[in-house]
Design a protein around this ligand. Sequence first.
Ligand SMILES: Cc1ncc(COP(=O)(O)O)c(C=O)c1O
Length: 470
Amino acid sequence: MAFNLSELLESRRGENFELHARYLNPQLTKVVTTIGFDRFYERGEGCYLYDDAGRKYLDLLSGFGVFALGRAHPVVKAALRDALDADLANMVQLDCALLTGLLAEQLVKRSPAGIERVVFTNSGAEAVEAAIKFARAATGRKRLLYWSHAYHGLTMGALALNGSREFRGGFGPVMPETCEVAFGDVEALAKELRRGDVAALIVEPIQGKGVYELDEARWREVQAAVHGAGALLICDEVQTGLGRTGRFFAFEHFALTPDIITVSKALSGGYVPVGAMLASDTIVRSVYSSMSRAMVHSTTFKGNQLAMVAGLATLSVFDDEAVVEHAAAMGERWRERLGELAARREYLEQVRGRGQMIGLAFGPPTSRAGRLRWRTLERARPALFSQTLVVPLFQRYRILTQVAADNLNVIKLLPPLIAGETEVDLFVDALDELLAGAEKSSAWVRDFGVTMARGALRPRRGAGRARVGG
Ligand SMILES: Cc1ncc(COP(=O)(O)O)c(C=O)c1O
């Protein structure tokens, strides 16, 4: 029988958790079930997901930031349909495809002077792997520096640049010749640079884990120190790039001039895995230095035509719909509404981030009873408070959010860049209600406990030490 997608989906409907428990990552199945996030989503459109019962969920995760244009953007969909109908000669390999050149041209056009070439990859981590190799080749040096709390992906090279220990456990030894520097500590950075063996410092212009940033003056000192030592500055824009923070690249907020840029996530509108490393002609030629080295860094799916079409269509929507400008305007709206909430509600201590990348930091309240509730929770598990909000945000208000990192009381919002005032208001009103409840009594903690207990008791799915998000 010929393959029929709708028949397949209909005939196996509802088996998703069982299949994952049996064939994929069993612990993820437990986590999703335990926190009560187990839904069978049938479709997504714009900023919303819809489950099999027709319920609508506001998606403030956007697939960890890939759905900049929301889900099912008609322009990207149509472009992909056209590409399939055109039977493009995809990945001929001993070829130079037009669409790959066109997307590279678009990326270079949107980059600062000095960024002249593109190396395509399949993911963010792979773009970081490319950056590591090209930085070493271009400088002839080995060492890579990274900030504490950094996140650059989980492949073996990227893992060696990860500032959170929990991701490394059990995988060692990681790539040698890397060194962590305390976030923004210029003196410590200068000390490492003085050894004269540093190829590059890799940074997220705004850190994803916790949504932390440095001020422009500090960034300038960091950049001057790196360049003064003959090292390269790699700006990892996998999450912050392509308008996420209200500028095309987040480093523009701090007037940085990186030597290498990595992008991925939003580039293909969420449809086809894609990533890219952007750098100067000199850096790229340090690897591709002769005809015999034309393939020394490569990957089979690089520049695949569906990814290129999706990328070109996505960037054309960015222009036509002024997506970056909209993200900047919505950043103001988030700041205004959440700032007002932080001023009047307990627990919400700080609102961080820019554009459509928001971090909400929570801390103990001032009332005695509130502090007691906070301490009890934090004793049960560090940074549990933010999880007690993420669960009811989903259960009660059908809003999908995440905790920004292990052991941090920070909720991170990564809405689609097209999210508007309606979405901002939906979230802020829900959080307002939850915090009002938390100020008055422990009822919300009991609700959270009940959800977790119910999830843990569900047949086949089992209980786990659940963490929401990453
Ligand atoms: C800054 C940054 N770099 C790299 C990565 C890794 O990208 P991927 O998950 O596509 O490998 C991520 C993923 O979240 C990221 O946020």
